[in-house]
Design a protein around this ligand. Structure first.
Ligand SMILES: [Zn+2]
Length: 292
């Protein structure tokens, strides 16, 4: 499932393709994509819109138009957007049974949206609707200035839910999903099963740092390619520390990575260097538990 680094990778690829271009024709083949609106109506509304920016908030991709409208795209499980600069000429797209929509630009190239599991959504918002829509759904960008230790501490305070569940809440950490949550908790040496409200200020600072480092690494590797064909060039999967590594040795201490389920999600962690502990008795960074 695309998370912040994967969506950011898609955004960076689309930005030079779309900015300044006009939607000449839009064909939406799958009614689920724009539900409850009619595909033909949404397509007609998009006709003639000129792109002013391609942005991202959390896992949302935002195509802003000069009219002030915005197309809010959520890739959900398997959505993806493809544009081949060399071969993206009109009519040259290869057959794809999972294609759900095609946007034809005025320069003659096509951008195709494909989605194997069909959970992705497109929502066309009128001027002024985007910010309130996002404000109720996503918290501050974890790589932005608003994602401070004090903010994160405030969000986690008093919560009995497991830490893993708490950081998956998009209003707490915009864009974090199952993969980067596990990676961030490993980096922060925090047990994903701990009650979220029980962290010390220092542990919250470690968590914030772990989240930011995991996401930055993911962006640098152009996201993860998990074999669903959506992100062809990402290589983050080659250096996961815990995600998908249950039964393999921890890269930090050699202990076998454990797997459990938290909040309905598969969760991988190192039972030694992410051992549950109270804030005060926790070993320091320099004295790790690697010998245990
Ligand atoms: Zn370990």
């Amino acid at each position: 499932m695309p998370e912040l680094p994967e969506v950011e990778t898609v955004r960076r690829r689309l930005e030079p393709v779309l900015v300044g271009r006009t939607f000449e024709y839009v064909d939406i083949h799958d009614a689920r994509l724009v539900r409850p609106h009619e595909p033909a109506e949404v397509a007609a509304e998009l006709f003639g819109e000129r792109v002013s920016a391609v942005e991202r908030r959390g896992k949302y991709l935002i195509v802003r138009f000069e009219s002030g409208r915005a197309l809010l795209i959520h890739l959900r499980m398997t959505g993806g957007l493809n544009h081949d600069a060399a071969h993206g000429r009109r009519g040259s797209l290869q057959d794809d049974p999972h294609r759900r929509a095609v946007v034809r630009l005025e320069n003659g190239s096509d951008v195709a949206y494909r989605d194997v599991r069909r959970f992705g959504t497109w929502l066309l918002l009128e001027p002024g609707e985007l910010e309130p829509y996002l404000a109720s759904r996503v918290g501050p960008e974890p790589l932005g200035p608003g994602f401070t230790t004090a903010y994160l501490h405030g969000r986690l305070a008093g919560r009995a839910a497991p830490l893993k569940a708490a950081v998956l809440d998009q209003r707490t950490v915009a864009g974090l999903g199952n993969i980067y949550a596990d990676e961030a908790l490993w980096r922060a040496r925090l047990d994903p099963r701990r009650p979220a409200g029980g962290l010390s200020t220092r542990e919250v600072a470690d968590l914030r740092r772990g989240i930011r480092a995991a996401l930055r690494r993911g962006i640098a590797k152009q996201g993860a390619d998990l074999g669903d064909g959506v992100y062809a060039s990402g290589s983050m999967q080659d250096e996961f520390n815990v995600y998908g590594r249950g039964g393999e040795p921890c890269r930090r201490c050699g202990t076998i990575i454990a797997k459990t389920r938290l909040a309905g999600r598969g969760t991988s962690f190192c039972p030694a260097c992410q051992a549950a502990s109270s804030g005060s008795s926790r070993p320091s960074r320099s004295r790790s538990r690697s010998s245990s």
